[in-house]
Design a protein around this ligand. Sequence first.
Ligand code: SAH
Length: 351
Amino acid sequence: MKKDIRSLTYGELENEIKALGLPRFRAGQIYRWLHVSLVESFEEMTDLPKSLRQSLNDNFVIFGCTIEMKLVSEYDSTIKYLFALNDGEVIETVLMKYKYGYTVCVSSQVGCRMGCKFCASTLGGVVRSLLPSEILGQVYAVERDNGIRVSHIVMMGMGEPLDNFDNVMRFLQLVTDEKGQNIGMRHISLSTCGIVPKIYELMDKNLQLTLSVSLHAPNDEIRSSMMPVNNAYNIEKLMSACREYAKKTSRRISFEYALVRGVNDTAACAAELASRLGGMLCHVNLIPVNEVKETKCRESYPETVKKFADVLSSKGITVTVRRKLGADINAACGQLRRSRTANNSATGERN
Ligand code: SAH
């Protein structure tokens, strides 16, 4: 079996190169081709002797992403990609342009097994977890396609990152490596539906990334009706993990709250949420739920969203109402892959 070369750390690559009887400086060259020049084949590593390129090709494989479909929003230039992996599975990646730079939203799994009722990514269950190289490959493919450098990464695409813990940790190590993309850990957000033991495991790594927690409800009754994970780890357990996490890492936790009409959007919900979060180093992101046709969730009315935000602010909780980007291109999690795999046909521009 050929080895997945782009998932290797610099040190591991050096060892592999040594094992092939090659001088150590070759590792530096190859690592640069893989993680700075972003080549897709050994053939492109033009300053290596042909025999070495051949031997790399015999021993290793470069996993990447090829563009299967690309949709550009007419409203805000957000780009949504459907990428094909080496085994033909498809995943979604989104590029967003902000004043401060480019942000890529990456997937961590093909599908998801968390079962959140409002989310399209989980409708068909999980197919498999992504390799570190396949998470990196999304960033690299977007950079190549647009001739840009990405400054921020959010792990808010398909899948549950903490359900693919080891590969996600390795991805973080690789993408922040100063010999590679050198993206600052503080420029990375990781979003979880709340797998409590994994939050503690992440806390012990003491990373400077931003932890986003998909809360979506102020109490167990509502949360369990929206998110099955709440049956395993209820709000109280989740909140104590979050409090401890914020204390240990001194990093503000970001709570995601998708407002669903008539489900979790009343002023009473807002007040209950405020009392849950009181005193914690945190921030709340409100977003009207993206309507997915297979789910019954409908977005809250704008005045309800405003009222909800006002209640939180009046109780001293910092809150933003998130802008919706790419609403015209199915930019919300899992919808594009879904439309592709469910109907086997898709609209949009093909590459
Ligand atoms: N599994 C992780 C990360 C992927 S989802 C998590 O649950 O956090 C990224 C964010 O989008 C999560 O907050 C998720 O709850 C939210 N989300 C999923 N479907 C949505 C929808 N239809 N509308 C609004 N937000 C949605």
